[in-house]
Design a protein. Sequence first.
Length: 260
Amino acid sequence: MRLVAATGLLWHPTVQALIVIAGWLPLVIAIYVYNGVSDISSDTTNGSARPIASGQLSCVAAVRWCQYSAVVGLCVCWLVAPAVSILGVALLVIGWAYSAGPCLKNKPVGFGVIVGLGAALTYIAGWFASPESETGTLPVMLVVAAWVGLCCASKDFSDVDGDRLAGRHTWPVIFGPRGAAQLLGAVAITAGAAAFVWSVEAGVGVAPAVVLLGGSLLLAVVSRVSGAKPDRATRRRPYRAFLATQYAANLTMIGTGFVY
């Protein structure tokens, strides 16, 4: 959805836009599958149904397909432009840094930076593949990416037990579910309001900013109501609100064709 929004594919379909989507998708798959390999212990503790943790996919096969997907993705991105392939390499590097390497997923700041940067790289790759797009639209997408990085802690409410076992310093582990919910609500509303004010002042991307602000308010309420509940399914609602806000913002960008 980020790539479709950034390329304006539905309004101005181009071969380049289709190629960048075809190349970027295997890179994202490689990162997520490798994350499943690195998360197998905590996922098992949390009762996750992810394929590797549930035994549907072996670690050996997963790593092998990560390698295949990474190579194919970079080669396809190169067909668009070498710069897009370099962006793809950067995406793979931060994906590795998130799951292994310095293991930034264990640190709340590092986690947010990696997630936000991944979203930003995706928007930039899509925008780069559409040379006719308006220059002023890229900052709007980067604002959305920044919101994603600031609010991605919503994912952690449902995984407190496994995160604590793995030694991860997530917001719910550090501040407790209630404290984390209050902090997340304040951050989400502040970031959403800032994005709205900036868009109004710049005169571009107002519709996505309105959606983002509304989603921020929803996320704040859901986190406060559901973040400390005993059952995991209910504690996952803040993450669902976080995802729904992203979907709505991207669909708004896609529907308005704002990059042109």
